[in-house]
Design a protein around this ligand. Structure first.
Ligand code: LMR
Length: 399
């Protein structure tokens, strides 16, 4: 008898367990296209030059390791609001926005989920079908129910806009709807700015609350265009939660740095909302880690470093777009029977390939190529060194 007899084995994480399996795989030619991590053409996830410069400055100038406030650094809050909403709109919204420095985008989502569960009337959060594999777990762990709205057409492997609009028009007032700000994870199928305008109108007329998961700013079109969802919704006067991450666009994966911005749309409610968000943080992790936020603050408060960072983001985005084209060309040249040209239109790191779970497992077991069972691939993991073998393996499976 053990004190832990009551504990059952949890299912492995559908994304991160694949990296564990990849690491344990002895095949020297193994390829990891599972987790959303950018690599350069040498297969390396680089530390950005601007991050190195910011860390050097932090090391020289830091004077204390004392706690940050529960909500994090006020300067970080202001700078990340500006990045998210654009400085003009951020300024207009300042007295109705509560911003928290959080441990990554996941930390932001979890604090938002706790806040919603404890303080709003609704207990239901709507997720896109499909969505990031961790969304259901995060909202479920906070005690919320999740439902899904139609988003993607599996036959054409593209956004089903009409069905999406129809689905979100039927969501009850007061419920929370999770929208992917840009670079939809897992499909790479995004909305145009005019379409976001329509979504904002529907949210206003139906009375549901948007929550924008914003983890890939700059990986789609550019830093400002990618912010269309957050900006259009916030500008329309609606309340909105925005969960921002710096894992990808600053390569700060292991530093766990993100932000939660809650625009209340109502200055009178802001103080109460802030007080409850603080309770959620205090009872989860007390106050945020400082280092990653320090890097973000150093870069965003310095015009030269910010401009250099924009170039670094553009270079990462350019590599991903280039790889999409090379991949599609190589599949075509190899005579793969299916047309994969849809991959070129998709945005960000991910693509939904249409491969089945069985095909994903065959890729893993026979070819040591790791993709998520849903058929999602991280395009940013394709390099000059692995492209040929990847295409040959896909050809052997698809024909
Ligand atoms: C992904 O979807 O692969 C990334 O967001 C990383 C993660 O934590 O799952």
């Amino acid at each position: 008898m053990s004190y832990f007899d009551s504990v059952s084995l949890a299912p492995a994480d559908p994304i991160l367990s694949l990296t564990e399996a990849f690491k344990a795989d002895a095949n020297p030619d193994k390829i990891n296209l599972s987790v959303g991590v950018f690599v350069d053409d040498n297969g390396v996830t680089p530390v950005l030059d601007t991050v190195k410069e910011a860390e050097t400055r932090l090391l020289t100038n830091s004077k204390t390791k004392s706690y940050l406030p529960i909500t994090g650094s006020p300067e970080y809050a202001r700078l990340t609001q500006n990045l998210c909403f654009g400085s003009e709109l951020a300024k207009q919204l300042r007295d109705q926005t509560v911003s928290l420095q959080t441990p990554g985008g996941t930390g932001a989502l979890r604090v938002a989920a706790d806040f919603i569960a404890k303080n709003l009337d609704t207990k239901t959060v709507w997720l896109s079908n499909p969505t990031w594999a961790n969304h259901g777990g995060i909202f479920g762990s906070a005690g919320l129910q999740t439902e899904s709205y139609t988003y993607f057409d599996n036959a054409s492997l593209s956004l089903d806009y009409a069905a999406f609009i129809d689905a979100i028009s039927k969501i009850p007032a007061g419920d929370v709807v999770v929208l992917h700000g840009c670079c939809h994870n897992p499909t790479g199928a995004d909305l145009e700015p005019e379409q976001w305008e329509e979504v904002a109108k529907i949210a206003a007329s139906k009375g549901w609350i948007p929550l924008v998961d914003f983890a890939y700013q700059g990986f789609g079109i550019d830093i400002d265009t990618d912010a269309a969802a957050a900006r259009i919704i916030a500008k329309s006067g609606l309340p909105v939660f925005v969960c921002q991450s710096f894992s990808k666009n600053l390569g700060l994966y292991q530093d766990r740095v993100g932000a939660l911005h809650v625009v209340t749309g109502d200055s009178a409610a802001t103080e109460k909302v802030a007080s409850q968000l603080k309770v959620s943080v205090r009872t989860n992790y007390s106050n945020p880690p400082a280092h990653g936020g320090g890097i973000v603050t150093t870069i965003l408060s310095d015009e030269t470093l910010t401009a250099k960072w924009h170039q670094e983001v553009a270079a990462m985005r350019g590599r991903i777009a280039g790889v999409r084209q090379q991949f599609v060309d190589a599949l075509k040249a190899a005579g793969v029977s299916r047309d994969f040209s849809f991959l070129i239109k998709q945005k960000g790191m991910f693509s939904f390939t249409g491969l089945t779970k069985e095909q994903a497992m065959e890729l893993r077991e026979k070819h040591a190529i790791y993709i998520v069972n849903s058929g999602r691939i991280n395009v940013a993991g394709i390099t000059s060194a692995n492209l040929e073998r990847l295409v040959a393996s896909l050809k052997s499976i698809i024909g």
